[in-house]
Design a protein. Structure first.
Length: 272
């Protein structure tokens, strides 16, 4: 992977991590179109960590609000602690899937453009449904709703099934406030992404025989490509995160449904 390919894929990752179009699916399509076959795991970790950093920058006010109130106790749970608890609850499904089934799912779906296309069509249908079904909004996200949104996030481990699209659409269908839903969706993804990165690091530095048998040897890519990919993903991620929060408040997800449908059809065509 040269620096130009890293730049393109970094921008793709940064934009699609927050836009409801599936970052993993677009990375698969991008790598397929560019003919990139080396450094996949290392590069994925770097650009995903970059998008976490962009979330912390754009939503730092909310992050600092949670951290400030997290250890303050006045006899009952404050709003910050309730918010943090909801994030923890939302992590339970993806934690179970990540720890028990991640390697199995990766071995089945890795590199399958057709599956990416089918999942993009599912994402499209999900987003389109939210356009026509808009229940009365509830101001706060309940623990039950946080868990259900977490289940949606766990399903989004499939390449092409958008993490942000699935969680935001689920929250909208449950009747949660659009004003806080995008922020919650982006904050709840920080721990799982970092946890997944830590799990993947072991494969880079000490890959097991089983991992090598399933995925092949891990090819290292130039440091310049990693740096360029990180910066590209971070900058484009900052832009996309801020833009997506504004879009969700206006609930204009139908355009992304149309885009996902077109991208899904293209992916299926490329894979056949």
């Amino acid at each position: 992977m040269n620096w130009l390919e890293a730049l393109i894929l970094g921008i793709v990752q940064g934009l699609t991590e927050y836009l409801p179009v599936s970052s993993s699916g677009h990375l698969e399509i991008g790598q397929h179109l560019l003919g990139v076959t080396d450094g996949g795991l290392t590069f994925d970790i770097v650009v995903h960590v970059a998008t976490v950093c962009s979330t912390l920058v754009i939503l730092w006010k909310e992050v600092s609000w949670i951290l400030t109130g997290l250890f303050r106790w006045n006899g009952k749970m404050n709003d910050e602690q309730k918010y943090a608890l909801n994030i923890i609850i939302s992590m339970i499904p993806i934690g179970i899937v990540g720890l028990l089934f991640k390697d199995f799912l990766d071995s089945i779906f890795e590199g399958s453009i057709v599956i990416v296309g089918v999942c993009l069509l599912i994402t499209s249908s999900f987003l389109a449904f939210t356009h026509f079904y808009q229940p009365k909004e509830k101001e706060n996200i309940s623990p039950l709703h946080a868990f259900i949104i977490g289940l949606a996030q766990a399903l989004a481990v499939l390449p092409g099934l958008s993490r942000s699209g699935t969680t935001i659409a689920t929250g909208i269908l449950l009747g949660n406030s659009k004003k806080t839903l995008a922020q919650f969706s982006f904050l709840m993804v920080i721990p799982p992404i970092l946890g997944e990165a830590l799990l993947d690091f072991k494969h880079i530095f000490a890959p097991s025989a089983e991992y090598i048998a399933e995925h092949g040897e891990i090819t290292q890519i130039p440091t310049l490509s990693l740096v360029v990919g990180f910066i590209a993903a971070f900058i484009s991620g900052c832009f996309a995160c801020k833009w997506m929060i504004s879009i969700v408040k206006k609930c204009k997800l139908i355009y992304f449904a149309i885009y996902c449908a077109c991208a899904g059809i293209l992916a299926i065509y490329l894979g056949l």
